[in-house]
Design a protein around this ligand. Structure first.
Ligand code: C2E
Ligand code: CA
Ligand code: CA
Ligand code: CA
Length: 279
């Protein structure tokens, strides 16, 4: 990699150092971005397959970067997680999502909206998380039943005892818990049973092959059965076509989420999306 020195002479800089500098710059910009209100939440609908009219959405963070435009979480979440900045980011996301739910609660044409918020591994092992969540719910006057927290299987397994303690405290509050990206991690079924969980979100890599791969058909079918066997709801993510939707209906999946139903959208678009679906 060549970089221009101050005097215009090309310098040779080892690749790792460039990456490290980029990484530091990104973190500095993100820290400032959080303070200066550059984060945004988009919301993607979860559709209940029994035709229930209730509205549920997943909050997905974006960063309105002053020069680089609207950045997806893939660009900055990992760096935030590794640096600990994800605590500040996570607090912002929770607060913004609950503030939005409170606005929707007062909006004509929308019933009670349920929001799912993604938790990072670090948040899950933070002992003050349940108290912070309780405070945020009270601050916005949102019913705990309107909040679902999504944790990945992998995050659960980093420190299963700490995760279990946190989840039990969250359940005590009345908040729902979803296991995200289910099937991609290493949580054994024995472990899964020990966590207070309400829904399994079947990873979109399996949903993608529905109807085209016998293996994926079998995996999704057994995820749905497992969820129901444990008394949980099954959610399929990444539903991109009518064929997948039909297959999921046949399998008895409870909720579906994906581009076929609705893309992640800015909050002001939700009323129109709901009206559209109601026909
Ligand atoms: P995730 O939790 O698995 O979220 C679903 C991702 O799949 C989202 O990407 C969503 O836009 C995308 N998606 C939805 N429907 C479809 C579809 O039909 N096809 C395909 N190919 N993709 C679909 P996004 O918004 O880029 O988020 C990526 C990941 O970033 C999320 O994956 C989640 O792990 C993480 N993330 C997002 N928001 C937050 C947050 O507020 N906090 C934390 N800690 N992580 C977040
Ligand atoms: Ca998620
Ligand atoms: Ca997921
Ligand atoms: Ca994912």
């Amino acid at each position: 990699v060549k970089a221009r020195g101050r005097d215009g002479i090309a310098l040779h800089v080892p690749e790792e150092q460039v990456v490290a500098v980029d990484h530091l710059r990104l973190l500095g910009e993100l820290r400032r971005g959080i303070q200066e209100g550059q984060l945004r939440l988009h919301y993607q609908p979860l559709v209940h397959l029994d035709g229930r009219a209730s509205t549920a959405v997943e909050a997905l963070v974006r960063w309105q970067h002053p020069e680089r435009g609207l950045l997806p979480p893939g660009v900055f979440i990992e760096a935030a997680e590794r640096s600990g900045l994800v605590h500040a980011l996570g607090r912002w996301v929770l607060d913004a999502a609950l503030a939005q739910v409170a606005v929707w609660d007062r909006t004509e044409g929308l019933g009670r909206v349920q929001v799912s918020v993604n938790l990072s591994t670090r948040q899950l092992t933070d002992p003050s998380l349940p108290a912070d969540v309780g405070t945020a719910l009270r601050r916005h006057g949102v019913d705990p039943g309107q909040l679902v927290l999504e944790v990945t299987e992998t995050a659960l397994m980093v420190d299963p005892d700490a995760a279990r303690t946190t989840l039990l405290a969250l359940r005590e509050l009345g908040v729902g818990i979803a296991v995200d990206d289910f099937g991609t991690g290493y949580a054994s079924l024995t472990y899964l049973q020990q966590f207070p969980v309400d829904e399994l979100k079947i990873d979109r890599s399996f949903v993608a092959g529905l109807g085209r791969s016998d293996a994926d058909d079998a995996i999704v079918a057994s995820c749905v059965q497992l969820a129901h066997g444990l008394g949980l709801s099954a959610v399929a993510e990444g539903v991109e076509g009518a064929g997948q939707l039909e297959a999921l209906r046949r399998l008895g999946c409870d909720y579906v989420q994906g581009y076929h139903l609705g893309r992640p959208m800015p909050p002001e678009d939700l009323v129109a999306w709901v009206a559209d679906r109601a026909g």
